[in-house]
Design a protein around this ligand. Structure first.
Ligand code: ZN
Length: 392
């Protein structure tokens, strides 16, 4: 039987922020929480021991990538993802839907599911709500997500509605299939509805009323201006059941974490912190800095004063700058550890402020200090990444 539970520890009076505790078969998660992403059953360049030391309580792995390589049945032979990758804390797997829908011309949608060709070798595959539950049962994560349809940005109202209605039908099929495969896994429902406020409300009510243990908000952060994403959450959150955890899928820059919590979200995942780290972007409370910039070349102190991460405790900014400039392997590890720890420390600070009743001040101070990367820079980066490496 499932040992999953969610309790609310504190709620903010002036915003929708909440602090909660999630119990899973592999341990406890204190929310709000950031989940580092281990696309290929590995958070790039960081070991499970280092993740634990950085305070990671749960990680996310991608079903799409793992079903293609090494294959979910092989992972099942090793007793599931936890054993295979030597991570004994909670894991969440997504459904693969988002990656399949990014394949464009390589996939074909029907009521049955999504047929697609592997980006690795062109081999044909079919994802259905039922097959995704079987694959995720083999991967063995604590929390699993059902197959959904992520409508592109922008979408017509009609396309958005069709995608949402099919997502709802697939959600009901996934609930039945999960019971047949691995009833003890915890299944979250996914709210869709693209950028139509009324559809988002409908989807939140429909998915919220099904027997899912938590809710993931999908289809956001797909290229729209941030303001639009926050506006939609203002419609969605009031429709969601209070007593279930809420996961904002694929969202996770520092300012997103603070804003998302303020708008009632509990869980966040994103490749951004590790991806920008590999490109030299490191988080500080003043904003993202480029460690390759010459101003760091002689700095004796750490990347950020007061940071308790492994990197900042042991290395000068000048050394990290040198490694990044020289493209040394060690840089990728040290930079990623700093950004992961920054996100987890931020989640911890947010949680503490909610419990202390000071979240609104914390949020406002953080947002005044933190200079976010501009919309233009973000879009340019997104395009560059897309061109360099598809399907992640
Ligand atoms: Zn640090």
């Amino acid at each position: 039987m499932s040992t999953f539970s969610f309790t609310l520890d504190a709620t903010c009076r002036e915003s929708w922020a909440r602090a909660g505790t999630i119990q899973t078969p592999h341990g406890t998660i204190q929310t709000p929480i950031f989940m580092p992403v281990g696309t290929q059953a590995s958070v790039k360049s960081v070991s499970p021991e280092e993740l634990r030391e950085a305070g990671a309580q749960i990680i996310l792995a991608n079903t799409y990538h793992l079903m293609l390589r090494p294959g979910s049945s092989l992972i099942a032979e090793f007793g599931g993802l936890h054993n295979f990758m030597h991570w004994d804390a909670p894991i969440l797997t997504d459904s693969g839907g988002f990656q399949v829908f990014s394949l464009g011309h390589l996939r074909k949608l029907s009521e049955e599911g999504a047929a697609f060709k592997s980006h690795l070798d062109g081999s044909p595959h079919m994802l259905t709500p039922e097959s995704v539950m079987r694959i995720e049962a083999e991967l063995g994560a604590d929390i699993v997500l059902p197959l959904d349809i992520c409508a592109p940005y922008p979408s017509s109202a009609r396309d958005a509605q069709e995608a949402m209605e099919r997502t709802h039908r697939w959600a009901e099929r996934a609930l039945i299939a999960k019971e047949q495969h691995r009833p003890e896994q915890t299944l979250f429902g996914i709210v869709q509805g693209a950028f139509e406020p009324e559809l988002r409300r409908q989807s939140a009510r429909f998915i919220g009323n099904l027997p899912f243990a938590g809710l993931s908000i999908g289809g956001l952060s797909v290229g729209e201006p941030k303001a639009e994403m926050w506006d939609l959450l203002r419609y969605v959150t009031p429709e969601l059941p209070e007593g279930k955890p809420r996961h904002l899928l694929g969202v996770g820059s520092p300012e997103d974490l603070v804003m998302g919590v303020s708008l009632g979200m509990d869980m966040f995942d994103c490749v951004l912190p590790t991806r920008v780290a590999r490109h030299g972007g490191l988080f500080t409370h003043q904003g993202r800095v480029n460690i390759k910039a010459s101003r760091f070349s002689t700095r004796q102190g750490p990347i950020e004063e007061g940071c308790d991460c492994y990197t900042c405790r042991n290395y000068s900014a000048a050394y990290v700058h040198h490694l990044a400039r020289a493209e040394e392997q060690l840089y990728y590890r040290l930079g990623s550890i700093h950004n992961i720890r920054f996100m987890l420390r931020l989640a911890g600070e947010i949680r503490a402020s909610i419990i202390a009743g000071t979240f609104p001040e914390f949020r406002d101070n953080f947002l005044v200090q933190y200079v976010p990367t501009s919309e233009k820079v973000r879009e340019d980066q997104r395009e560059k990444w897309k061109a360099a490496r598809r399907y992640q």
